[in-house]
Write a protein that binds this ligand. Structure first.
Ligand SMILES: C[S@@+](CC[C@H](N)C(=O)[O-])C[C@H]1O[C@@H](n2cnc3c(N)ncnc32)[C@H](O)[C@@H]1O
Length: 340
């Protein structure tokens, strides 16, 4: 009994330990453009290697590993094609995760995770040690990484948008401001769902990359600036996946700027996953627990419990009124707050 239990424990640990191998297979497929090339038509290793610029022998081994992971099929004539799972690595398909794979398993986030021990010992942000600057400064100066980041955020937000539209009550709202709204993917979903609504997308000059392709200029204005200085006014504000990028002190500063931009009747929807308080809850929160460590190594932020969000809102002069958990599959909640 003990020996069997020991084997099961060892197998469980091996799965964790080797997790970074398949992660690199997924990222490398996406970075080489294999899913997009095979999505057009199935093809053999030599033709594919010529097209994407890879060593045929090494590429064949990568493709074989990907087939073993269930991402590719291989027919008797030697042509590779995508399985339904592999399809999700194609650019722009519903549910796509190719840019998320490249962002989190590519440099410099990958090297930052290699310094998790350093971050845990020091409490500091490994990304800054790796690149010499913050993640947002780094991406503003690296167009290739910025493009991957922007599309990765949009990939995640496309999946979360139906839940956000269903969970954020915008009745009576004329103007919705999305603070740190990236390329406008979330705002576009709100505008599509509410024909009379006007939108304001607010982000840094590099953060709004591609917004003109996503938002209709007749319905939405794009404003660039620094949310730690000031935030555009509107009757409702949505702030999704932004507060988790920052320390408590910086989060209170940005929420205070939002509070200053809200009229007395204003409402704020903080859209973030909410971390459970105890082990029973953590068991179902794998993604969030890993994201919390990702925030530690990559940006110096953190995931938070409801009590922790409540304390930030209090300190910014806001009052948490209710929490709406998104319907599955995403683990987000909309935390609604009003001026205190
Ligand atoms: C994790 S992304 C989330 C993007 C978007 N809300 C979403 O959920 O897809 C964080 C966003 O905060 C923006 N941001 C970072 N620093 C900012 C600042 N000082 N002022 C305004 N936006 C900022 C980034 O450019 C980025 O678009």
């Amino acid at each position: 009994m003990t020996a069997l239990r020991g084997e099961a424990d060892r197998a469980a640990l091996s799965t964790m330990l080797w997790g970074f191998f398949p992660a690199q297979v997924v990222r490398t497929l996406a970075a080489l453009g294999v899913p997009d090339a095979l999505g057009e038509r199935p093809q053999g290793t030599p033709g594919l290697a010529g097209r994407i610029g890879a060593d045929p022998g090494a590429l064949g081994r990568l493709l074989r590993a990907a087939a073993g992971l269930g991402l590719l099929d291989h027919d008797p004539a030697g042509a590779w094609s995508l399985t339904a799972t592999g399809e999700l690595l194609r650019t722009g398909v519903p549910g796509a995760v190719g840019n998320l794979a490249q962002l989190f398993c590519g440099d410099p986030v990958w090297r930052s995770w290699g310094m998790l021990e350093w971050s845990v010992r020091t409490g500091r942000t490994a990304f800054e040690e790796v690149t010499g600057r913050s993640a947002f400064e780094h991406m503003a100066a690296d167009p290739a990484m910025l493009a991957v980041f922007t599309e990765a955020m949009a990939e995640g937000t496309r999946a979360a948008a139906p839940g956000a539209v269903a969970s954020c009550d915008l009745d009576g709202v004329d103007t919705l401001v999305d603070v740190g709204g990236g390329n406008g993917t979330l705002l576009a979903a709100f505008l599509a769902a509410r024909p009379g609504l006007r939108g304001v997308l607010f982000d840094t000059p590099s953060g709004v990359l591609g917004a003109s392709d996503v938002l209709d200029p007749a319905r939405a204005e794009v404003v660039v600036g620094d949310m730690f200085d000031s935030v555009p006014r509107g009757d409702a504000h949505v702030v999704k996946s932004v507060v988790h990028d920052w320390s408590d002190e910086r989060s209170v500063a940005l929420l205070t700027r939002v509070r200053e931009a809200m009229p007395a009747h204003g409402r704020l929807f903080l859209v973030e996953p909410v971390l459970a308080e105890d082990r029973e809850g953590w068991a179902g929160q794998f993604g969030m627990l890993m994201s919390d460590l990702n925030m530690l190594v990559a940006v110096g932020g953190r995931e938070r419990t409801l009590a922790e969000f409540g304390a930030l809102l209090d300190a910014a002069g806001l009052r948490l009124t209710d929490v709406v958990r998104f319907p599955p599959p995403t683990g987000y909640s909309a935390l609604r707050a009003v001026p205190a």
